[in-house]
Structure formats: structure tokens, C-alpha cells
Design a protein around this ligand. Structure first.
Ligand code: MF3
Ligand code: CO
Length: 263
């Protein structure tokens, strides 16, 4: 795994993260009954390019699109299709961007029009679990602290916590060591250090935790057909503490960071 070695590298990660956050904002606005997943994918490509970034998913191990769009029982890695969203659907939107060789990666889940109370609660609990994991990203904490916090939030709510897919280190590659599972034992595992950047990404199912993959080799679904939510942020442990790089309300202008680096 890489560690972020300088303010300059951190600023590049922040630029990639800002592009991802902007993509989320634009897609969130566009989500409504009738819009197709391919239309959303096209919008994502435009926003990423407008931020001077390239989409990290396109071509990754042969992945054929800019975004992962995962409706209803799709957990992750849904390939955008001509499917048009319908009232009552839920949709996970996962985006990745590269700025001058550095990556940002984040996902959110939202409802289309009016959704069931069960679906709404699943989305909210999954987001809260992500933040519970992010709160453990502090110097001296361990990977097991993150996983245990995420897992507890899911199981306490009665959800199936997906184990086959995990969070990850991020930096010069989208997926770097270490793996960051959504389960763990407090006080165990790799100790967190300044300079690390991690993606925290709980995937919770309304039903059981088991998964299956479609014939396309990508689309991951719940085995029991229940709906699933996925949230993710890229978080860097900087000399000033943890920074959520893919959150829209925490912009980090690269010019400011560069000026600060020069003293
Ligand atoms: N964003 C996903 C993750 O968090 C990766 C998607 S890879 C793709 O790990 F190829 F499917 F796009
Ligand atoms: Co990720």
C-alpha cells in the first residue's frame, strides 16, 4: 500500500475526491422515475471529465462503464443498462476518479420517488454504519476497530452484512492493501498510521448476507432477492487528523494545500 507522503499528494487525492463528490451531487439531482441507468452513467462521465479527472472504473479488469449503478437487489458492481428507474426503487451509485495518478472512490444509496419505510431505514442505517467505521480512522486504532463498528451497526438493525466484498486502501491504485472488511475484532489487525487512505464501504442487505454474481461476471446480487444498500467514502489519515476526501461539504482547494506545503 502507499502512504500519502506529502501535502502535494494529499491535494491530488482531494481533487480526485472532489470530482467524485461532484458526480454524486449531479447524479442525485437526476435520479427520478423514468431516467435510465445509461443516462446517469453518461452524466457521471461528463462531471468526472469536467473536473480534469478520468473515471477509474472504466476498463478496470475489463469493467465496461463509468459508474457502478446497483438497483434494488443488486449489492454492488451493477453495470448501467437501459433500465429506467421506477418509483419505489432504490439505487446505489458508486463512482471513482483519478487526478494526476491519485484515486477517489465513493458510493451512496438513495430512493427513487417514494420508497418503503423498510428501504428508507436500510439506507439510513447503512450510511450510519459507514460513519461509525469512519469515526474509528484515527492514529493508533486498528482495522478490527473499523470492521467491528460497521458490523455491529448492521447486525443490531437485523441486516445481512455482506462479507465477500470489502473496503480497501486507496492511493495510486483504486484497490490497495489493506483490505478493510466490514467485520472484525476490536483491538486486532493492522494499526492505522498517518498517511494511510482507506475506503470504508458497508453493504447491508434487508435479508440474509449471502451473495451471488450474474452471468455477466460483475453484477453482485443478494442471494435471497432482498434489497441492498451500499455507502462508501475515501478517508485519509493526514497529519491534521482524518479527512473525508469524497464528501462535498469538505472541499480542499488544491491551491490552498500547495500554498500550505510551501509554508
Ligand atoms: N468502487 C468499487 C469499490 O469500491 C470498485 C468498482 S470496480 C468496477 O471497490 F470495476 F466494478 F468498477
Ligand atoms: Co471502493
Amino acid at each position: 500500500m502507499i502512504t500519502i507522503k506529502s501535502r502535494r499528494e494529499f491535494a491530488k487525492m482531494a481533487r480526485a475526491g472532489a470530482a467524485v463528490a461532484a458526480t454524486h451531487a449531479e447524479i442525485r439531482e437526476a435520479i427520478r422515475p423514468g431516467v435510465s441507468l445509461l443516462e446517469l452513467d453518461e452524466m457521471g462521465a461528463k462531471v468526472i471529465a469536467a473536473h480534469g479527472c478520468t473515471p477509474s472504473f472504466l476498463g478496470y479488469l475489463g469493467y465496461p462503464a463509468n459508474l457502478c449503478l446497483s438497483p434494488n437487489d443488486v449489492i454492488v458492481h451493477g453495470i448501467p443498462s437501459d433500465y429506467r428507474l421506477e418509483e419505489g426503487d432504490i439505487l446505489s451509485v458508486d463512482a471513482g476518479a483519478i487526478f494526476e495518478g491519485f484515486h477517489g472512490d465513493a458510493a451512496f444509496t438513495t430512493g427513487v420517488g417514494e420508497i418503503s419505510a423498510d428501504a428508507q431505514r436500510l439506507i439510513e442505517v447503512t450510511e450510519e454504519a459507514m460513519w461509525a467505521g469512519i469515526r474509528e480512522i484515527r492514529k493508533g486504532r486498528r482495522l478490527g476497530d473499523i470492521g467491528a463498528a460497521v458490523h455491529a451497526a448492521g447486525t443490531e438493525a437485523g441486516y445481512g452484512v455482506v462479507e465477500e466484498y470489502v473496503g480497501h486502501g486507496i492511493g495510486r491504485e483504486m484497490h490497495e492493501e489493506p483490505q478493510v472488511p466490514n467485520y472484525g475484532t476490536p483491538g486486532k489487525g493492522l494499526r492505522l498510521k498517518t498517511g494511510m487512505a482507506l475506503c470504508i464501504e458497508p453493504m447491508f442487505n434487508l435479508g440474509g448476507r449471502h451473495t451471488r454474481v450474474d452471468g455477466d461476471g460483475w453484477t453482485v446480487r443478494t442471494e435471497d432477492g432482498s434489497i441492498s444498500a451500499h455507502w462508501e467514502h475515501t478517508v485519509a489519515l493526514t497529519p491534521d487528523g482524518p479527512q473525508v476526501l469524497t464528501a462535498a461539504d469538505e472541499p480542499v482547494p488544491v491551491e490552498f494545500e500547495q500554498a500550505r506545503a510551501q509554508g
